[in-house]
Design a protein around this ligand. Structure first.
Ligand code: LLP
Length: 414
């Protein structure tokens, strides 16, 4: 496809140049329709059995997006006390929050217990700690299904090389600890990793996970984790994740499990990226173009502090060029797009064919809704950007103001 933003009318008739001028750049721009559509899709992955999707808010915890999840009937998973507090503030009832914890201290655990939030423990030590502060309590455990998947080794969270979850060999010890502290293990969860387009490894993990599940006789829920991919190469016609085919394959596995287990617990999943990635772009300004040796560098204000994924994982994000409010079509020449941060690795893409770009144009970086703003940081004292939402009715509203210098200095004691 030549232009994603045109094909979905991302700005809903608004002129991106006007949006950029009004709110400044770099700017995260979200599209409400797309986010709600993806949330509805994940809410229906399993229809035959009791099922709930938990939106994984580490992907994006903007309050307006959390409220959309609440309205769309999607539950949420949280990774920290901060994420739990964000969900409570958005209006989520405690029973709709699942705390998938990792290496937390007794204070953070106590916070979840005091707020009646279901918690998953991901090591024997953490399960013991939970037992010692909440004897007779109820919790879930995170199991390693033995198979991992993901777009980069840094986001694979199961298999042999990961800090996460309890390995199969230790399952007997889970029961011993539960007995010692009179705990009820009412749920199990897994997460194979982030971003798979081919569901095969995930489904293999499901087989192992459900085999382990049978060792737990009284499960109220089984949570398969997240990881559903999105087409980051959409300008090259990469296809969407086949949610329908995936859901059919998964349901077949559940049929077999439910028959053998004798009942259907509540099934859950934890998609983050799928819900929000495609519902956001970043608008950035082209401030300089130059040739260094044999490369052309397009210098912009979208630094690695605004979007860290390309420099952290070598991730690909499609880029469109907007000149005077109009998308520039075609391919002009190979360029490297850089940000304004003092790091040689501060590159959004390397040696990529882009449309003709000139000073003062806008770059529009696609698929930035997941792990975009949530991983921003004020390196070089560059403030975190603003976020705006293109609402379903076509209006544009600010959903997070730009960070200011005063915000940064407010952390220092007088
Ligand atoms: N559940 C658990 C326990 C997780 O650890 C994660 C992601 C998810 C659910 C959601 O996964 P998703 O559906 O979004 O793939 N920063 C990386 C991704 C890190 C994912 C961490 N865990 C990136 O930008 O690709």
């Amino acid at each position: 496809m030549e232009s994603y933003i045109e094909s979905v009318d991302f700005f809903k008739g608004n002129n991106p140049e006007e949006i950029a001028q009004k709110y400044g750049t770099p700017l995260y721009v979200y599209n409400e329709d797309i986010i709600r559509d993806r949330m509805r899709k994940v809410a229906n992955v399993i229809t035959k059995y009791p099922y709930r999707a938990n939106y994984s808010i580490k992907a994006n915890s903007n309050m307006s997006i959390l409220k959309m999840a609440l309205e769309e009937g999607v539950n949420c998973d949280a990774m920290s006390e901060g994420e739990i507090k964000m969900l409570l503030k958005a209006g989520f009832p405690t029973e709709q929050i699942f705390f998938v914890s990792n290496n937390i201290d007794a204070k953070e655990m106590q916070f979840a217990i005091d707020n009646d939030i279901m918690i998953s423990l991901d090591s024997l030590d953490q399960l013991r700690l939970f037992g010692s502060i909440n004897r007779g309590g109820k919790c879930a455990v995170r199991l390693n299904p033995g198979v991992g998947a993901g777009h980069h080794e840094k986001v694979v969270t199961a298999g042999k090389k990961t800090k996460f979850a309890i390995q199969e060999d230790d399952v007997d010890e889970i029961f011993a600890i539960a007995k010692e502290y009179d705990l009820t293990i009412c749920g199990i969860n897994q997460h194979v990793g982030s971003l798979f387009m081919d569901p095969a490894p995930f489904l293999a993990a499901v087989d192992n996970f459900l085999r382990l599940a049978k060792r737990f006789p009284d499960l109220e829920f089984i949570d398969f984790g997240g990881g559903y991919g999105i087409p980051y190469h959409k300008l090259n016609d990469e296809k969407d994740f086949d949610m329908k085919g995936f859901s059919e394959e998964l349901t077949k596995k559940l049929d077999k499990f439910v028959e053998e287990y004798g009942k259907a617990p509540l099934f859950k999943s934890e998609p983050g990226r799928f819900c929000v990635a495609e519902g956001s772009v970043i608008l950035g300004r082209v401030n300089a173009i130059k040739n260094n040796a044999d490369k052309t560098y397009v210098g912009t204000d979208v630094g690695m502090n605004v979007l860290v994924r390309p420099s952290m994982y070598d991730s690909w994000h499609d880029i469109e060029i907007i000149s005077n409010g109009k998308v520039v079509k075609g391919q002009d020449k190979e360029v490297t797009v850089a940000g304004n941060i003092c790091e040689s690795g501060d590159l959004l893409c390397k040696d990529r064919m882009l449309a003709k770009v000139t000073d003062n144009d806008l770059i529009c970086v696609l698929d930035t809704g997941a792990y975009g703003y949530s991983m921003c940081y004020p390196y070089n004292c560059r403030m975190r950007p603003a976020e705006v939402l293109v609402c379903s009715d076509g209006s544009v509203k600010l959903i997070r103001r730009r960070e200011t210098f005063e915000d940064l200095v407010s952390y220092f004691p007088e």
